[in-house]
Design a protein around this ligand. Structure first.
Ligand code: F6P
Length: 758
């Protein structure tokens, strides 16, 4: 009850009361000890005074004692009367006879006699405190001795102690008064202090957060917070909160404006609005269509990876030019003299402009700086980044080459240029410096780490300045935006505006925003229809001896960030724990070899093959093995067929910006008949909460998730999948592109750069 009412008091008052009570108790105890000591000193003083009086009287008493009682009493006369605090004296013979007593003590002469006789018996002076009624008396019984030493009489000196007790009480009252005053002052001081440095700032912070939550306009957090770091963190928190909300509101508005699902056609119309007669350019390292040589003839490959999966549908919808590295063996012979060709080759809708790099340049820029340096740096996946000066020089030169190619494609007209990913961090600045009026965006497809991690790159400031040449910098997640601006804050001389998530460098402002990337529906991709799909599935089941098997699938580039080893181990553990699934369930891993000129990637493939072999060896039986590790470039129809036939899709990245395979799997399940197992370390986990979310390092949990997926009741599967399917369908790649382009083109150019304004 009391504690409840105490909790209702303001914090400062509670603390004040507590501290004041503690100090009060301490002072009170000290005061009590002091007053006790003074009381004892008073009593000692009283003893001393009694002895002095007895001593002074000793001579006349000795003389009187030589006389018979009556003469002795007469000789003493009024010498035994008291005055002030001395109540009186009494004189006894050794046989207890009273010779004479002062008036003040006659009433209790009998008690005094007993004390006198006690002194005689003890053969020494004694002091006794004697209560009589309400009064306490201090009694000294002092032996009067003859010159030979034997006692001749006992002189009793009686003092009234009331005055001492009154003094002690009044002292206690005084101390009590001052104590109360000190406690009150302390209370006021402590309460005021705590209120000023604690209650008030926190109340203001709470009020400011409330306003932030309810959307009332607030600019900055209260400045007088006691801890500067808290103030700065809350400032950023607010800014990121506001940015996320405004992004969300913008998206929500877009949804309300035009229905829920974005299609190719709708994007096309939207882009025409955004471009206002300008061109659309995508610039990336990876090309969407690559030609290899097979049997001496060009063979078309659609490279694996999120970037191509996401961006190709956008350019197919809108037209434009895609500038990318021509990395295929047969790329030159399939392009014109300027490196151009129309794509997709069977139904062209846009133009691919290939950039040629020498082997040395590719090695330094792509394999070296981008993939041995920036890739592990941004993924924090236990792989040490390697930074070499030579690689950096190639990186700068290659970025310049891509920018020049893009400028050539743009010509003199207006254009919107979408630079892609970590291979081209410098290109935005090169483009902006050459053509300030171009609208330039860069989208970073991988995570952005915290500033402490990023700063180990020796050329971190240059990379940041390069990116800040863009008008819009996009990441998958708000957290990556926060990390990026934090890194800029620490490493570059830019002016940051955390409220609007912008950074200004050399008079140019770049906005930083989250745009969670996505995929297009399989229907838009002209995926095989039912009969063709069934046929393909039958073929694959037959080829890989999967008839009658329940299937889980993983589709990845073979990259150490994808958690493939962890996945294989979980499959092994699953069969160990649930052996009755042997010969009934198979895991198929489609793995596209990637960056194989880098030793770590080559050794990773070997490790995975060895691990798959080991698990297969342990659990295999006639005609059945638990893992099918299919290494190769699988065409889109094969991937689609596997996604469709798999009851379970597995994504176990150790760190991933988004991971589009997770969304591809959902998009392949319009019948809602699958379960997704998804790593909590993939950006997609933020949107696909109905997946079975796992920590890929936790083998037990992972194995258990596989069991749970296989045994999940059909209704639960459907409910979960329905929610994820809607999420992916509504937030598809067309919406992503529409949002990015709308944001990029929404801010007008400064008047000096705007031809229409002049
Ligand atoms: O998802 C990150 C990413 O770099 C994409 O840009 C790219 O599509 C994918 O990985 C594949 O990488 P690479 O182009 O090196 O094969």
């Amino acid at each position: 009850m009391l504690s409840k009412s105490l909790h209702r008091l303001p914090y400062s008052l509670r603390m004040g009361l507590l501290i004041a009570a503690l100090i009060g108790l301490l002072i009170g105890a000290l005061a009590w000890i002091q007053s006790e000591r003074e009381h004892l000193a008073d009593l000692e003083e009283m003893d001393r005074r009694s002895y002095v009086i007895a001593h002074q009287m000793a001579h006349s008493v000795q003389t009187a004692l030589q006389l018979p009682d009556k003469e002795a009493a007469a000789a003493l006369g009024s010498a035994l009367e008291g005055y002030q605090r001395l109540t009186g004296l009494a004189l006894y013979r050794p046989d207890g006879r009273l010779i004479s007593a002062g008036k003040g003590v006659t009433d209790f002469a009998d008690s005094l006699r007993a004390i006198a006789l006690q002194a005689l018996e003890d053969a020494k002076d004694i002091i006794v405190i004697l209560p009589v009624g309400d009064t306490r008396y201090h009694i000294l019984a002092s032996l009067i001795r003859a010159p030979q030493g034997q006692p001749e009489g006992i002189l009793v000196v009686v003092h009234d102690l009331s005055f001492l007790e009154q003094r002690a009480t009044s002292r206690l009252f005084q101390v009590g008064f001052w104590l109360a005053l000190v406690i009150l002052l302390l209370l006021i001081l402590i309460v005021a202090g705590i209120w000023a440095v604690y209650d008030r700032p926190l109340n203001r912070l709470a009020e400011w957060m409330r306003q932030l939550r309810t959307g009332d306009a607030v600019d900055a957090p209260p400045i007088e917070l006691p801890v500067a770091r808290l103030a700065s963190e809350s400032d950023r928190l607010a800014a990121s909160f506001r940015a996320a909300r405004s992004a969300h509101q913008a998206q929500a508005r877009a949804v309300v404006r035009a229905g829920n699902v974005w299609t190719r056609d709708r994007l096309r119309a939207h882009v025409v609005d955004c471009l206002q007669g300008g061109q659309l350019l995508v610039v990336s390292n990876r090309e969407p269509y690559l030609h290899e040589l097979r049997d001496g003839k060009p063979y078309l490959i659609k490279p694996a990876g999120g970037l191509v999966t996401a961006l190709d549908p956008v350019l197919q919808a809108c037209g434009g030019v895609w500038v990318a590295h021509g990395s295929g063996e047969a790329d030159r012979q399939t392009a014109d003299t300027h490196g151009r060709l129309a794509v997709p080759p069977d139904e062209p809708t846009y133009s691919l402009r290939r950039v040629w790099l020498s082997r040395e340049e590719e090695q330094g820029y792509y394999y070296g700086f981008a993939n041995e340096g920036l890739w592990p740096l941004c993924h924090l996946a236990h792989e040490r980044p390697i930074f070499r000066a030579d690689d950096w020089e190639h990186y700068v030169r290659a970025n310049r080459r891509f920018a020049d190619a893009a400028l050539e494609e743009v010509g003199n007209g207006p254009a919107v240029v979408l630079v892609q990913d970590y291979q081209l961090a410098l290109a935005p600045r090169f483009l902006k410096e050459a053509r300030p009026e171009l609208k330039i965006g860069i989208f970073w497809h991988i995570p952005w780490p915290n500033p402490e991690a990023f700063r180990i790159c020796p050329w971190a400031p240059e990379l940041l300045r390069g990116m800040l040449g863009a008008d819009l910098i996009g990441f998958h997640l708000q957290q990556h935006c926060n990390n990026f601006l934090d890194t800029v804050d620490r490493m570059v001389e830019a002016r940051l505006d955390w409220d609007h998530f912008t950074a200004e460098l050399q008079g140019h402002t770049a906005r930083v925003r989250p745009f969670p990337i996505s995929v297009e529906t399989w229907a838009e991709r002209h995926a095989p229809n039912s009969p063709a799909l069934e046929q393909q599935i039958d073929l694959l089941r037959e080829r890989h001896k999967l008839d009658g098997q329940r299937i889980a699938v993983g589709v990845d580039r073979i990259d150490y960030t994808k958690g493939l080893a962890e996945r294989f181990r979980a499959i092994g553990r699953f069969f160990e724990r649930y052996p009755h699934y042997r010969e009934r369930f198979t895991f198929v891993q489609l793995g596209a070899p990637s960056r194989t000129h880098i030793p770590r990637y080559r050794s990773y493939i070997n490790e995975l093959e060895a691990l798959a072999d080991q698990i297969n060896w342990r659990f295999r039986s006639d005609g059945w093995q638990p893992i099918h590790f299919l290494i190769g470039h699988h065409d889109s129809n094969t991937v689609y067929a596997f996604l469709c036939m798999a009851e379970v899709g597995i994504v176990s990245s150790l760190h991933d910006g988004m991971n589009l395979v997770a969304k591809e799997y959902i998009a392949a399940k319009p019948q809602l008949d699958g379960v997704l197992i998804l790593s909590e370390f993939a950006g997609a986990a933020r949107e696909l909460a109905d997946a079975l979310i796992i920590n890929p390092y936790d083998t037990e949990q992972f194995a258990e998730a596989i069991r749970r997926a296989l045994e999940m009741p059909p209704e639960e599967r459907q409910e979960r999948m329905a929610r994820m399917w809607r999420q992916v369908e509504e937030n598809n790649i067309y919406r992503w592109a529409a949002n990015f382009l709308a944001d990029l083109t929404s801010v007008p150019l400064p008047p000096a750069l705007n031809p229409e304004a002049n």
